[in-house]
Every structure is written in C-alpha cells, then in structure tokens.
Design a protein around this ligand. Structure first.
Ligand SMILES: Cc1ncc(COP(=O)(O)OP(=O)(O)O)c(N)n1
Ligand code: 3NM
Ligand code: MG
Length: 206
C-alpha cells in the first residue's frame, strides 16, 4: 500500500520570528504538515537560534517535525527533530554523527539517481530531488525530470522529497509520480489566498 504524499514546508528566506509565528500557527492549524524546515541562509547563528526558539515549539505542538537547514551541530544543540544537508554542506556521515541516530537526516540529491542511492545506502531518512520547476527562492544547481522521482518511488523504499518551484497548480504530476513529500516555500507563503489556504489546497490534492 502506498502512503499519501505529505507537505514539507520551508520557511521564507527571511523572517521576523514573532510576527511570523502567527502566520505559521495559522498555516499549521489548516491541515496536515509533516515537516517545517527553518532555512535562513547567511545569517549569524544567534539569529537562527532565536528563530528556532520561537518556531520549533509551534511546529512540535502541531506534531510537525522541525528540521534545521545546513547545520547538524546546531540542530543537535537546539533540540531540532532533524537536519537537511546538501552536497556542499556537512557530509551525511558527519551530520549523522552530530545529530545521533534518532534525529532525521535528509540529503539533497539534485537530479542524480547515483547521489540518491549513495545517500539512501548510507542511511539518509529521505532523499530530495529538484528543482522540478523554476523558482525564485534560490538559483538551483540542477533541474530534475519527474521520471527520476517516478523511478525512485517505484524501486526504492527510502522516502523521496520533491522540491523547487512547487505550487498548488503544478504539484499534481509530482504527487502522481509518487513523491512522498512536497517541499514548498514560496508556493505556501505567496499563495493567492494566504498560507493557510495553501495548506488546505495541497492537502486536498493529496
Ligand atoms: C527538502 C530540501 N531539499 C533540498 C534542499 C536544498 O539544500 P541545499 O542543496 O543544501 O541548498 P540550500 O537549501 O542549503 O540552499 C533543502 N534545503 N531542503
Ligand atoms: C531550497 C531549494 N532547494 C532546491 C533544490 O533544487 O535543491 S529548490 C529550493 C527552493 C525551494 O523553494 P520554493 O518552493 O520557493 O521554490
Ligand atoms: Mg544546504
């Protein structure tokens, strides 16, 4: 039996924790969300820690796993539920050593079956493929064909995440291909009817 696709929300590239907390609560109240990734690039550690202090309890009280981007050391120190690392970040094995066996470690695999098999065999909790669509959130290294996702979902058991420019409108082929999670930033925060409506609309697709 296949499990339904779930939402993996990524925070906006910059945020003010106190006001953003209210937006986040409304979004997480609106429907099922599996993970929230705190992704603040090029900011000092204390800014990430301040944001995590405010946002992690909100995620966890909604049963949403709180994942920190890039920083396994800080994920362990702050008590996050996991970390996401890319190919230019801390290598998987070191990330796992830093966070321990009980936290989630996810790995960016771009559009590469080879990187995904390596990560899966090493013990990653999920592999992430992207970017599936054009995105304004970052300049992605690769674009990924839906076929890669479909192949992974058919052949492998390690969960896969689809990322990059995903919106309520363009998500259906990714869901049909077997993505376990859709990782979405702008498609949530800039949704025409607001983030809570986006969460409802994604859940209606699943
Ligand atoms: C779920 C998920 N997938 C991919 C990424 C991208 O990670 P990375 O390649 O390290 O790039 P940055 O996000 O660090 O700019 C991600 N963050 N989350
Ligand atoms: C953080 C990130 N990584 C990507 C990759 O392809 O690895 S695409 C991306 C941006 C995700 O944000 P949005 O949903 O706004 O496009
Ligand atoms: Mg990274």
């Amino acid at each position: 039996m296949t499990t339904p696709c779930r939402l993996y929300i990524i925070t906006p590239p910059s945020l003010d924790p106190k006001p953003f907390a209210e937006t986040l609560k409304a979004a997480l109240d609106a429907g099922d969300v599996a993970c929230l990734q705190l992704r603040l690039k090029d900011v000092p550690e204390d800014e990430i820690a301040r944001a995590a202090d405010v946002l992690m309890p909100i995620a966890q009280s909604h049963d949403v796993a709180f994942i920190l981007n890039d920083r396994p050391d800080l994920a362990a120190k702050l008590g996050a539920d996991g970390v996401h690392v890319g190919q230019e970040d801390t290598p998987y094995v070191e990330a796992r050593r830093l966070v321990g066996k009980d936290r989630i470690v996810g790995v960016t695999c771009h559009n590469s079956r080879h990187l995904a098999m390596e990560a899966g065999e090493a013990g990653a909790d999920y592999v992430a493929f992207g970017a599936f669509y054009p995105t304004t959130t970052k300049d992605p290294k690769t674009s990924c064909e839906i076929e890669v996702l479909q192949w992974w979902a058919e052949v492998m058991t390690v969960p896969c995440v689809a990322i990059g420019g995903i919106t309520v409108e363009n998500a259906p082929p990714l869901v049909a291909a077997g993505a376990d999670f859709l990782a979405v930033s702008n498609g949530i925060w800039a949704y025409k009817d607001g983030p809570a409506a986006a969460v409802r609309a994604f859940n209606a697709l699943f």
